[in-house]
Design a protein around this ligand. Structure first.
Ligand SMILES: Cc1cc2nc3c(=O)[nH]c(=O)nc-3n(C[C@H](O)[C@H](O)[C@H](O)COP(=O)(O)O)c2cc1C
Length: 331
């Protein structure tokens, strides 16, 4: 069996497969089951900026609060206790998870605006998390706010959280930047220890009958991986932060593609929701089998072997690829 160890966020991992933030890691029982199936690290479901801010305002349980007493911006916020155990419960969950398993536990904060809530990162560190994943989930819907201002907001948030804690932080971002390579290097310089590519934004649908905008959640498909592979391949030679892929990793071969393009780890959620937690074993076994079949003793030398810098045809990652696709399909 090949050596699948990798490093991520300064942590030594037994293999590159990580459970990404989802309700699957909301119970200790599941986390134990994931460890038994071979997961190398677990990201907990996110705690949200809005939850921490509400708690700071003295609103612990929004379901029992008269919403008219809250500012407009906070009235639409759903109760999230059932999802992530609430602000107090979250810290206890980190501590209990650390006691239950030996794989690293990565907590997750989800927000976009630097405020007093970032101090919560310190409590997450105190609760024993090995690292923090910061999911910056922001939709720039205000026409008067420029891309440069949004980018600045991201960088401020990363810097502020970095100032709060000593554990490493991974920054989970969306692909919607006009200059992704520049943004990635700025996040790198701001102190991100890893970049997690990419957030999936859940798009609302329209219920025509009731004329309502309704939230939808679709699980990913492996096709979504390609966007991530392209950007990992392009960014790997430029950033010092570790790279993680999230979105569309459904098999050991998908994880291998992430490593070849330059990622340190591949995160999984949808495939585990579909196939069950034991499927982690299949993913790791597939990776092992491929390495053995191709005579590789270790995964490490393979990382980045197919980044844009290292492939024979670097243009394949760029615009030329688009023209090749058109030509090869419609000649
Ligand atoms: C039901 C569900 C809940 C999720 N909750 C979170 C969350 O709390 N925080 C977060 O950063 N990502 C969350 N995600 C996103 C996943 O962590 C992951 O980035 C995304 O699903 C893409 O990976 P996949 O293709 O393996 O599903 C969630 C995804 C699903 C399907």
């Amino acid at each position: 069996m090949a050596d699948l160890t990798t490093s991520y966020l300064g942590l030594r991992l037994k293999n590159p497969i990580i459970a990404s933030a989802s309700p699957l890691s909301a119970t200790i029982e599941n986390i134990r089951e994931m460890e038994a199936a071979g997961i190398a690290a677990v990201v907990l479901p996110s705690l949200f900026e809005e939850q921490v801010e509400l708690r700071d305002m003295g609103v612990d349980d929004i379901t029992h609060t008269d919403k008219t007493m809250l500012p407009d911006a906070l009235q639409h916020i759903p109760e999230m206790e059932g999802y992530n155990q609430g602000v107090g419960g979250y810290l206890a969950h980190i501590y209990q998870a650390k006691k239950a398993v030996s794989v690293p536990i990565i907590a997750s904060l989800n927000g976009y605006y630097s405020g007093g809530w970032v101090q919560y990162a310190r409590l997450i560190e105190a609760a024993g998390a090995d690292a923090l994943e910061l999911n910056i989930y922001h939709l720039a819907t205000k026409p008067h706010i420029s891309g440069a201002e949004v980018e600045q907001m991201y960088l401020n948030l990363v810097r502020n959280i970095k100032e709060e804690i000593n554990i490493p932080i991974a920054v989970k971002i969306s692909p919607f930047f006009s200059a992704m390579a520049n943004m990635a290097t700025q996040l790198d310089a701001a102190g991100a220890d890893a970049l997690v590519l990419f957030n999936r934004f859940y798009q609302p649908d329209i219920d025509v009958a009731q004329e309502l905008v309704v939230p939808t959640l679709n699980l990913s498909t492996p096709e979504e991986l390609r966007l991530r592979l392209r950007w990992v391949g392009i960014l790997a030679p430029y950033v010092t932060a570790d790279l993680a892929v999230t979105g569309g990793v459904h098999s050991g071969m998908d994880a291998l593609k992430c490593i070849l393009t330059g990622a340190h780890v591949a995160q999984v959620a949808s495939v585990l929701l579909e196939e069950g937690l034991a499927y982690i074993q299949t993913i790791v076994a597939e990776l092992n089998a491929w390495l053995d079949a191709h005579g590789h003793e270790s995964l490490r030398p393979l990382r980045g072997r197919m980044s844009q810098k290292n492939v024979a045809d670097p243009a394949a990652f760029e615009r030329a690829n688009y023209m090749h696709v058109l030509k090869s399909n419609w000649n």
